[in-house]
Structure formats: structure tokens, C-alpha cells
Design a protein around this ligand. Sequence first.
Ligand code: SF4
Ligand code: SF4
Length: 324
Amino acid sequence: MTQKEQAIRTYASEQGFELCHFASAAKLTDEAVRLDEWLNSGKHATMHWMERNLERRLDPREIVPDAQSVIVLGFNYYTPYDHEESPESGKISRYAWGDDYHDVLKPKLLDLAKTLESEFSEHVFRFYNDTGPVMEKQWARRSQLGWQGKHSNIITRTHGSWIFLSAIITTLELAPETPHADFCGSCTACIEACPTQAIVEPYVVDSTKCLSYWTIEAKPDVQIPDNIAKDMDGWMFGCDVCQDVCPWNRFSKESGRTEFAPRELRTSLETSVVSNMTQEEFSARFRKSPIKRTKLAGLKRNAAELHKNVQRDCSSESSQNTQT
Ligand code: SF4
Ligand code: SF4
């Protein structure tokens, strides 16, 4: 690594990014084949935006002409709380306990881009954090920030998988790193633990089976299919099972970032509270929270399914008691 990359790493660290790596801005050729197979088999469910802008998604030079490099950044969001398990409540995915990471990271990325623009004044720096047609996970893998686990999330050796990824496409030439080795080995913990068998083969998640898709991305007026809803495992918004069981998350480090700590120290939502929530209450409670993405109607749908599961469990328990 030359002084140039070292300086960029320092600037990134000053903005709070623990991880900063570099890749060449080349076309994602192998990744294109896998993306094509995944899309053609309908595993993106109704996330049709993934089918759009494929040229740009697969080649950063379609976004920034003359792009030479991609700077890949990781931001730790781990806070040391556990999921609350209760039949009266639904669990929230860890990334959504606090503030929306888009809001938290945007000013940091803006400041970093400004610093880079003043330091390397002839060059362009365009940043993304899940905000455009950029495959951050693939850039993370290519730049040696981490590897893509069998659950399809990026894992790092230093921070596990509780990190937010961002990418900066630039015309500045930087020394590329080699792709990260895969350290999943013979482990299959995530595949075995998935409540809906959504990891259909190593490294392939079928969104049509994934609880994160159904509880966050599926439109609020779409019902969760019975075969998925019966295995919701108490999740109201998202699902962390495959990451919770991953042995590499033993290396998670407390970020100390209060903006990602659970609001009111709650990592779940009471289903009765959600069922009776008004739009005003929803807007006030989830202002600047990722949970607003699912809208009140989506959250109520999820709460209703969890409630049905609890009722089903109670009635099967009482019929077993009657038989004995
Ligand atoms: S998020 Fe949950 S449902 Fe989706 S693949 Fe992981 S464990 Fe399975
Ligand atoms: S649980 Fe095991 S197989 Fe799954 S991502 Fe983690 S290390 Fe890889």
C-alpha cells in the first residue's frame, strides 16, 4: 500500500469507518453470471429494481466514466444487546434497532468525499451506500474487506458481519487488493438454522422464502404465504438468525455507537401495540428508523401473523394436554 491508500484509509477512519479497502473498477464478469442465474430463477421475488440498470450495476465505469478504482468502506454497528424472545412480542433485526444507517452515514460520506476531492482535486469521487445500482457486497469481496458467507452477507475477520457497507467510485488510480479468501470452510450453521430453509444452496438465498424479504420488502397489501408465516420464528421486522449463529460473529466488537442502540432499550415490539397503532404514532415512533420502510400496514400484517402463530401454538398445546 502506498502513501495514497494509507492517507485515504486515515481520512476514512477519521469519519468513523473501521474498514477501508481498494479494488480496480473493472466489470464484475463472474458476478454477472451468478446475478443472471439468480434473477432468471426469480429468487429476487418482487424486488424488480434489481433487474434494472444491470449495465451500471455490473460496471462502475458506466456510472463514472474513466473510473479506475472502488474504495470500499465498512462501518461497525454492533451494540451488545440480545433479541428479546416473548410470545407477546416480535423481534426486530439488529440493524433496525436504532437510527436509519442511510441518515447516519450520508454526512460522513459527504465529508469524506469532500476531503478526497480537495486532496485529489482532479478526480471524481461518487459514493453509494445501498442508494444506487452498486453491488457493495461484491466490491467488499473483491477489495479484501471480507468474504461473502454461505448466508450471502459479507463477513470480516475483525468485526464479523454486523457492518454497513459503502462504496466510492473514483477516477483516482489506487493499488487494488486481492479478493478475500472464503473462511466458511465446512460450516453449515446458517443453512441449518434458517427457519424457512431460504438458503437453498451455499451462498444462494431465495428471497421468496426469506423472512427478511417477507417482513420488510414485500408490499404491505401482500399476504405472507402460510408455509412461510407458520415459521416466522417470532420475527416482526427482518431476521438475524443466519448471522446470529455464524461463528465469525464471535469477533464482533462493540461499536459504542448510541445511534444504533435499541430505542428505549427494546429489541422487539409488542404485537398488541403494533396492532392498535395509529399512523401518527407510527410516524412519531419510527421517525428516522429503518422500520418506516415497511409502513404501518406492513408492520400490522407481520404482527397479525405472529399473533396467529401464538394462537396456533396455544391451541395445539391445549389439545396435547387434553389427550394426556
Ligand atoms: S435472514 Fe432469516 S430467513 Fe433469511 S436466510 Fe437468513 S435465517 Fe433465513
Ligand atoms: S454460519 Fe458458517 S457457513 Fe454460514 S456464513 Fe457463517 S461461517 Fe459461513
